[in-house]
Design a binder for this molecule. Structure first.
Ligand SMILES: C[S@@+](CC[C@H](N)C(=O)[O-])C[C@H]1O[C@@H](n2cnc3c(N)ncnc32)[C@H](O)[C@@H]1O
Length: 246
């Protein structure tokens, strides 16, 4: 996308386009955890891939396998449209684009422009490259019912309003479409293993449980699984309604 600004044809409001990415951040003045997240992730963007690799070692998992299994949950097919919220440095989007070939419509959104700048470098050889948007997962700048699947990979623990972010994922996914949310976490009311304690030292905040209680009642096929030696969870569900295969 060209540098400059995007103008809303209806209200005349403008939004900057920098580094080839539209900045569609709502609210414009980020508050609380969201402001802190952007500052934190901009600061550590260049180390993030190393941090993720080391986290996988502490969890005792093969990161590439975990990623393949995660993305398999999205039921990708050529022609489908996928969004990753909290896309970070683009590792998941790279696998998504590889699997879908030139028939994909893949979008990655993140609150941190610097992580997305790194993603853009990782993804620049794909034709078409996934579209990257600077934005807030709790205020997605997309129309209703447009994606076949939405992935939130390791982002939700940072959101100031997790419930709103989940409702936004449901709003933008098509009826019958799939939402997958994964993050580090600990199953409640179980003694902590050595691995879990080590990970707690490495990533404070990882002690959170899963946000399963925030999933609205009207979703279908809701599942929660604990994996990676019970250091991570994955929640998946379908939006109510009948899915129309593209
Ligand atoms: C642990 S990284 C995950 C990156 C990537 N999904 C992955 O699996 O490697 C968490 C990401 O969440 C993003 N993030 C935090 N709060 C956010 C928000 N409110 N909206 C969108 N992204 C957010 C951070 O900027 C960071 O890139």
């Amino acid at each position: 996308m060209k540098e400059g600004e995007l103008k809303c044809a209806e209200c005349g409001r403008t939004w900057p386009v920098r580094g080839g990415m539209p900045h569609l951040v709502f609210p414009e003045e980020l508050q609380g955890d969201d402001a802190r997240s952007r500052e934190l992730w901009d600061r550590i963007a260049r180390f993030y891939d190393w941090i993720a690799a080391l986290t996988g070692v502490i969890q005792g998992v093969n990161g590439a396998e975990v990623q393949r299994d995660l993305i398999a949950r999205l039921d990708l097919r050529p022609g489908r449209a996928v969004l990753e919220t909290a896309a970070g440095t683009g590792s998941n989007l790279k696998v998504i684009a590889e699997q879908m070939g030139d028939q994909h419509t893949a979008f990655g959104l993140d609150i941190s422009p610097r992580t997305l700048t790194r993603a853009a470098r990782k993804l620049r050889d794909f034709r078409p490259p996934p579209e990257l948007v600077v934005g807030n997962a709790a205020h997605l700048p997309f129309a209703d019912n447009v994606f076949d699947a939405v992935l939130d990979g390791y982002g939700i623990k940072y959101y100031s309003d997790k419930g709103r972010a989940i409702r936004e994922m449901l709003r933008v996914v098509k009826p019958g479409g799939k939402v997958v949310i994964t993050d580090l976490g600990l199953p409640p009311e179980k003694p902590r293993s050595f691995r879990q304690r080590l990970l707690l030292l490495w990533i404070p905040g990882f002690a959170d449980g899963s946000p399963i209680d925030l999933i609205p009642d009207d979703v279908k096929d809701l599942k929660l699984e604990w994996d990676a030696h019970e250091t991570a969870y994955t929640i998946e569900f379908h939006k109510a309604g009948t899915y129309t295969n593209p």
